[in-house]
Design a protein around this ligand. Structure first.
Ligand SMILES: [Zn+2]
Ligand SMILES: [Zn+2]
Length: 304
């Protein structure tokens, strides 16, 4: 399972219907957060998403709307008796940020908080997937993240294997792992009974940023792009001035990159009554687009 839960979809300031930026990604039972704005742990309670076992937090930058939830979350995890280390990844200043929280002396969580500073091109390798950090273009140092799963082995054609005289049992496993096997003096190649490798799923979160053509190589062919669209195109001047994105500009990039699906978040409170301008501007360029609401959940299905 690969699922995204939008915990907070507002930009810059909270509103009655949108919390501060945070996404939870749940993959095969592992939970990780991307950004952790003010109030994120309460949003997790409403979403019933669980939060004690969050393995890592990936921060895009250190504007308060993306980070103020971190100390509260650490404190609650401590109260609840967490012992596993919590890994916090981020751009330049993530160590200083974690050191400040620690040095004030008010948080004594009883578990290690481990800061990992990342830069453009760094890759966090995990079992079955990796997370790549890439530069974005905001008013402060920032990173976007791409989660890319490993490819899965191709489908095993059992009837064909049986037809070729391979007995059911350990030889099946060896063929599935790509080994050729000897059946009564005849070599059966793995490629005869196992299909092409199936691509892993991929999602990208670009964080607060001006839309940039440098994202095209990161975005090419991904299943889901989660982008900020703080503004609709009528406020594209404001978007440029504050180094944010307008929904039309983002959708144009989505079309150029050939992403599967685009979901917009970090929505300005000026659209709290009506998100239509955001959606209309985006749909002109890319049809498979939605504006996230708090607690929107999106499953990314396996391919092949
Ligand atoms: Zn922001
Ligand atoms: Zn920001």
């Amino acid at each position: 399972m690969l699922k995204v839960i939008f915990l907070g979809t507002g930009g810059s300031v909270p509103s009655p219907n949108r919390g501060m930026p945070s996404l939870m990604v749940v993959r095969e039972g592992e939970r990780m957060l991307f950004d952790c704005g003010e109030g994120t742990q309460r949003q997790m309670m409403f979403a019933r998403s669980g939060f004690m076992d969050i393995s890592s937090i990936f921060l895009t930058h250190f504007h308060a709307d993306h980070t103020l939830g971190v100390p509260g979350l650490i404190q609650t995890m401590g109260f609840q008796g967490r012992v596993e280390p919590l890994h916090i990844y981020g751009p330049k200043f993530v160590r200083e940020y974690c050191d400040v929280l620690d040095s004030l002396g008010y948080l004594k969580p009883g578990f290690d908080v481990v800061a990992h500073e990342l830069k453009h091109g760094d890759v966090v390798e995990r079992s079955g997937y990796r997370i790549e950090a890439f530069r974005n273009f905001h008013s402060v140092p920032g990173l976007g993240y791409a989660l890319r799963e490993d490819n899965r082995p191709g489908r095993f054609n059992k009837p064909k294997a049986l037809g070729l005289g391979v007995p059911e049992g350990p030889l099946f496993g060896r063929l599935q792992r790509g080994e050729d096997v000897d059946v009564h003096g005849r070599i059966i190649k793995s490629s005869e009974v196992v299909g092409e490798a199936r691509p892993g799923r991929q999602l990208v979160y670009t964080g607060d940023t001006t839309p940039s053509h440098t994202f095209l190589s990161v975005l090419e062919g991904v299943d889901l792009w989660i982008s900020e669209a703080t503004f609709a195109d009528e406020a594209s001047d404001k978007a440029a001035e504050t180094q944010h994105s307008s929904s039309g500009d983002v959708a144009r990039l989505a079309a150029m990159a050939g992403v599967g699906r685009l979901i917009l978040t970090h929505i300005s409170s000026r659209y709290s009554e009506d998100i239509t301008p955001l959606l209309e501007d985006a749909r002109k360029h890319f049809p498979n687009v939605a504006v996230a609401e708090d607690f929107t959940e999106v499953d990314i299905p396996l391919k092949g």
